[in-house]
Design a protein around this ligand. Structure first.
Ligand SMILES: Nc1ncnc2c1ncn2[C@@H]1O[C@H](COP(=O)(O)OP(=O)(O)OP(=O)(O)O)[C@@H](O)[C@H]1O
Ligand SMILES: [Mg+2]
Length: 262
């Protein structure tokens, strides 16, 4: 059964897109067929991490939502970006597809002005899973709560919530967890990102798990290397020996283990 993972944060800039790219790459290296849908229609960006240039995006999620194409036509095979990072095909056993959102101002404005049919979005997810024979579908969401995020949470097998150790994130995460429980989201996991390396991570994990009664899959430090990479690549492939890459692997294993055990 395909596992659908919605990745969300109440506030923006927490690191969702980069973490999704890293989890997706880790799963793909292991031989999984993975899809990522960028549902952050108002401020898309994950395509940049895979080096997918704007002029190469002929069709995007927006075109599917407006009935201009099949969703399969807006899926880009970005496996080559992983192969380029790895230096050889042999170490990338699976395939990775990205369905980007349009970066054209007119398309973004159209969605803001007119909205779209979220039922069609859900149909698109199911069609992608079928036609691309996906093992995993990862959904990158817009921060905060909106209709497509609620749909994503509702249909996912796992909701992964990213937060920073920041009071605004803590309060917002409580809202998301509450909504997810009301939607009867099957499984939830938290990832804390951008934690000051000087913090006591074990204490932080305990504190956050006590607040939400949800497991913390991992804590990623605020990293200068990540800032330097500046979304120009997949961190765990570029810096495979980095301690943060090991944490990303651990998080991915927990996700895989959790969704399989359902
Ligand atoms: N652990 C980290 N340490 C330092 N910088 C990080 C870390 N994780 C992510 N970043 C940086 O934070 C910025 C935001 O990351 P990203 O775009 O992945 O977040 P996002 O949650 O998807 O944002 P948005 O809500 O705007 O979609 C990027 O510049 C990224 O390089
Ligand atoms: Mg993002």
């Amino acid at each position: 059964m395909t596992q659908i993972i919605a990745v969300h944060s109440f506030r923006g800039g927490t690191g969702k897109s980069n973490l999704i790219a890293n989890i997706a790459a880790t799963l793909t290296l292991k031989g999984q067929r993975v899809g990522i849908v960028d549902t952050d229609i108002q401020s898309p960006g994950i395509h940049i991490i895979f080096g997918l240039k704007e002029d190469k995006i002929q069709l995007a999620l927006n075109d599917y939502l407006w009935g201009r194409c099949d969703i399969r036509d807006a899926a880009y095979d970005v496996t080559d970006a992983l192969i380029a990072e790895q230096g050889n095909r042999g170490s990338v056993k699976g395939s990775l597809y990205l369905i980007p959102s349009s970066i054209k101002a007119t398309e973004i404005a159209k969605v803001l002005r007119e909205g779209y049919d979220v039922v069609r979005l859900n149909d698109g997810f199911q069609e992608l899973i079928r036609s691309l024979k996906l093992d995993y579908l990862l959904i990158d969401t817009h921060p905060g709560l909106n209709e497509e995020t609620l749909v994503s949470i509702g249909i996912s097998n796992l909701l992964l919530i990213i937060l920073r150790p920041d009071s605004q994130d803590f309060q917002g995460t409580a809202v998301t967890v509450d909504v997810a429980r009301k939607l009867k989201a099957t499984k939830m996991l938290l990832v804390i990102n951008k934690a000051l390396p000087t913090l006591n991570f074990a204490d932080l994990q305990q504190q956050v798990e006590n607040i939400y009664n949800v497991s913390v899959a991992g804590i990623l430090p605020l990293s200068e290397d990540m800032v330097q990479l500046a979304s120009k690549g997949v961190f765990c492939l570029r810096y495979s020996g980095h301690s943060m890459s090991q944490t990303i692997k651990d998080i991915t294993e927990q996700i895989a283990g959790l969704v399989v055990s359902q």
